[in-house]
Design a protein around this ligand. Sequence first.
Ligand code: NAD
Length: 262
Amino acid sequence: MTQAAQQYRQSAVGRVALVTGAAMGIGAAIAQRLGEDGHTVVVADINLAAAEEMVAGLRANGIEALAMAIDVGNPESIASVFADLERSHGRCDVLVNNAGIAKTLPFIDYPLDNWQRVLDINLTGTLLCGQHAARLMRSNGWGRIVNVASISGMRASAGRTAYGTSKAAVIGLTKQMAIELAEYGITVNGIAPGPVDTPLTQALHSPETRASYARAVPLKRYGTPAEMAGAVAFLASDDASYISGHVIPVDGGFMASGILEI
Ligand SMILES: NC(=O)c1ccc[n+]([C@@H]2O[C@H](COP(=O)([O-])OP(=O)(O)OC[C@H]3O[C@@H](n4cnc5c(N)ncnc54)[C@H](O)[C@@H]3O)[C@@H](O)[C@H]2O)c1
């Protein structure tokens, strides 16, 4: 490790980072990366057994980590996790709102219960975790919140009535949080992943979806969870101290592209 990297790593030592949905997929890679950068990592997930397994792996690599059960679709569950964190650590320096769900169904008959559940988890969960974390960050005058949105919140894709709308709202909420939390030394940004190979997309993406992405993404491949984690780690770091209210597409060029053949 270079001296500069060593210093950067040192700066995160003592900081507590809570990542929702961190037991697998993109969240797990974010937890791993923030841990490698020196944070104490809270692996918060609805699947406590998987979160505990993740924590055991992090600890085996010398990372300080703990697991907490959270359902970001449930306000009481969120409140109780942040109350526990305040009691045990007295701080939350970094929050990554990563937990999210998706189902693809045609707009015309989109089921209301699914719409509601997707908004509860992807959008209201981000709001509530953000409020609880910001109250802890305010007392230290420093904080970083990173929301995991999606390219589906920037461009419409088939079947994503609830998912795409929830992620578009997360992008709006990111800006709202950024301007209101700036006075407390808290920055709020987001990433908008393109297609990434995770348990979610292994279940969700049909061969047709995969072929569509292969055509539409200039880099011609899915991203990796580690590539998403790299962008989140930057936004959570001191290097990003003057960036707030932005959502960075991490998408292999998808958002920049129009037609790809001459
Ligand atoms: N994979 C992609 O291609 C992709 C693209 C764009 C955006 N995203 C976003 O990235 C985030 C992570 O996606 P992923 O692909 O890693 O998903 P995943 O399904 O592979 O993992 C999600 C994790 O969140 C947890 N989780 C689910 N519901 C929860 C809840 N109510 N409370 C707490 N934890 C819960 C799951 O147990 C799991 O550990 C999501 O917000 C997703 O919308 C993913």
